[in-house]
Ligand binder design. Structure first.
Ligand code: NAD
Length: 291
């Protein structure tokens, strides 16, 4: 297929590279990032999109997605697919999909989980929203960039699944970290704590697969000085998106709201920026009940 790829940052570059390796003709554009191997450089976003069967965007946020969409939708060929893989607010995903459809295009929102390592290895998980016909067209591309693609429903459903998942992840990571800090103060050995919880009803992905305590459980960013991994500021972004969405539909999400507050304090007032989101454990370790 002829593919336009816009946003060649940490995630977009390896995804575009994998598509080119998979035999597709990829034309890429980014305001700043270098063009990955195998991808042809386009001089503008519109040039990358012109004549493409599928245009993929991997951008920082909804405002930038809307701006890029306004630039590329008018030049895209009728029947082409606009595939947005960024993590953005549900409202922007739906607005861009409506604009694309009004112009005779098809749109899919397909945010990912799996991070930079998953992008490089082609093992991302995609959660997709949009019409069946569009999903079927992009599915072979998702299969190159990832190991699993779930078609979650209509426009915005992919973003909805992503922020619900990450709201659970933020809350369980905090719960796991505060429990380790409590266990420390109660004199409980961390390895014993892991052994019990990882095989008991307190288990979760945060404990079992991404244990925030160094030297305990499987290898994780905790074993590498809390170098991300998944940076605390990206978790904060997703938690804020979840709270924005909750607000817009009057959903009561007290744990998600508290997780967003704690990550905001960690990233914006403490030393969390640039650290893995599991560095909440050393944060709790240092604190008492009054801060
Ligand atoms: P990034 O900041 O590394 O990349 C974004 C790229 O977009 C940058 O290279 C930037 O120059 C480019 N860009 C910005 N405005 C542009 C414009 N108008 N035209 C063209 N290019 C433009 O971010 P990333 O880590 O690659 O993340 C991309 C998206 O994926 C985000 O929405 C993020 O939330 C999501 N995501 C990231 C991860 C992760 O672990 N990094 C995991 C899952 C999802």
């Amino acid at each position: 297929m002829k593919i336009g790829f816009i946003g060649l940052g940490n995630m977009g570059a390896p995804m575009a590279h994998n598509l080119a390796q998979g035999g597709h003709e990829v034309s890429g554009f980014d305001l700043a990032a270098p063009i990955p191997d195998g991808v042809t450089k386009a001089s503008t976003a519109a040039a990358a999109a012109d004549g493409a069967d599928v245009v993929i965007t991997m951008l920082p946020n909804g405002a930038i997605l809307r701006a890029v969409a306004a630039e590329i939708i008018p030049v895209m060929a009728k029947g082409a697919v606009f595939l947005d893989c960024s993590t953005v607010d549900v409202a922007s995903a739906r607005a861009v999909a409506a604009q694309a459809e009004a112009a005779g295009l098809m749109a899919i929102d397909a945010p990912v989980s799996g991070g930079i390592t998953g992008a490089a290895a082609g093992t991302l998980t995609f959660m997709a929203g949009g019409p069946d016909a569009a999903f079927n067209i992009v599915k072979p591309l998702l299969d190159i960039m990832g190991q699993k693609a779930v078609h979650c429903g209509s426009a915005g459903a992919g973003q909805a699944a992503k922020i619900c998942n990450n709201m659970i992840l933020g809350a369980t990571m905090i719960a796991t970290c505060e429990a380790f800090a409590l266990a420390d103060k109660l004199g409980l050995d961390r390895a014993k704590m892991f052994d019990v919880v990882s095989t008991s009803s307190g288990y979760s992905w945060s404990m079992n697969a991404y244990c925030p305590a160094p030297g305990v459980g499987p290898k994780s960013p905790a074993d590498n000085g809390y170098k991300p991994g998944f940076a605390a500021e990206l978790m904060l972004k997703d938690l804020r998106l979840s709270q924005e969405a909750a607000q817009s539909v009057d959903a009561d999400t007290p744990m998600g709201a508290r997780a967003a507050e704690l990550y905001a304090a960690f990233v914006e007032q403490e030393d969390g920026r640039g650290r893995d989101f599991s560095a909440m454990l050393p944060r709790f370790e240092k604190r008492g009940r009054s801060g």
